[in-house]
Design a protein around this ligand. Structure first.
Ligand SMILES: Nc1ncnc2c1ncn2[C@@H]1O[C@H](COP(=O)(O)OP(=O)(O)OP(=O)(O)O)[C@@H](O)[C@H]1O
Ligand SMILES: [Mg+2]
Length: 257
């Protein structure tokens, strides 16, 4: 009897405990407006959102609902006006450009619809680029870039320029580039938006692999079947979260005790 009480007490203790590290992303009342001389456009109107470490989340919503703006705020590519944003337990309020770059380099990998690959650099040079900014030496950069290209199944394409690669291959190069710094979180804005359904499927398989390794993945999509391959979908409407749904078919039972 005593042991039983002991167990439930320690469970309660664990459940009630605040796990700052388990909360990869915590947004409280985030607001953001775009201002010109004459107009103010409120885009994020008080976003409350928590994403735990290791989640696989999609963000949906109609065009103009604020998805990219939200992703840019999450990725420290854009500032927010008010509210609180904690990433990996640390406040992201009023960061200097240098501090923002520091957190981005240390924690975040990006994937975009247009891939953002440098057209005059080969696949392996593109993948190695984030390491160049981290001042990793050339040999190590090349070795790592090839290792990550192999992971996305493109080692044989290392010497090719982006224009010599298909859309799916370019997206895989972009994912390899996002992974090379070993981020804790991958953010992707419509990563399958420019791809046919078979290639989208392959790219989603890659995101699934990345997530299976414990990396938090947050992607924006317009497509239901892409969202259904994630484990949770956030629905944005007019700058507010209108829905938040777990996908039970893919959800794994995970209790953080
Ligand atoms: N840099 C900017 N300056 C001014 N207004 C902007 C800027 N970026 C976005 N907006 C406006 O903010 C609103 C939200 O844009 P956002 O790009 O976040 O939408 P979205 O949900 O990603 O749409 P889409 O599905 O079309 O990509 C839009 O009305 C857009 O015109
Ligand atoms: Mg967008």
């Amino acid at each position: 009897m005593k042991a039983k009480i002991g167990v439930s007490w320690s469970l309660l203790h664990l459940i009630n405990r605040n796990h700052p590290i388990d909360k990869m992303i915590s947004l409280k009342k985030i607001r953001k407006a775009y201002r010109t001389d004459f107009t103010t456009l409120e885009v994020l109107k008080g976003i409350d959102l928590e994403i735990a470490s290791g989640e696989f989340v999609s963000i949906m919503g109609s065009s103009g609902s604020g998805k990219s703006t939200l992703l840019n705020v999450l990725g420290l590519l854009d500032d927010f006006d008010s509210g609180a944003y904690h990433l990996n337990g640390e406040s992201m309020k009023n960061l200097s450009a240098k501090e923002g770059a520091h957190f981005r380099n240390r924690l975040i990998g990006f994937g975009f619809q247009s891939f953002n690959l440098l057209s005059f650099k080969t696949a392996d040079e593109n993948v190695a680029l984030p390491l160049y900014y981290q001042r990793v030496d050339r040999n190590e950069r090349q070795k790592k870039a090839r290792e990550y290209l192999e992971r996305v199944g493109l080692l044989d394409w290392a010497d090719h320029l982006p224009t010599q690669l298909s859309g799916g291959q370019q997206q895989r190069v972009a994912i390899a580039r996002a992974l090379i710094t070993q981020p804790k979180i991958i953010l992707a804005d419509e990563p399958t938006g420019a791809l046919d359904s078979k290639t989208s499927d392959e790219v989603m398989g890659l995101f699934q692999d990345v997530n299976d390794e414990g990396i938090t993945v947050v992607l924006v999509t317009h497509e239901n079947d892409i969202a259904e391959r994630t484990k949770r979908t956030i629905l944005l409407k007019d700058g507010l979260i209108e829905g938040d749904q777990m996908h039970m078919s893919t959800a794994k039972l995970s209790i953080n005790v």
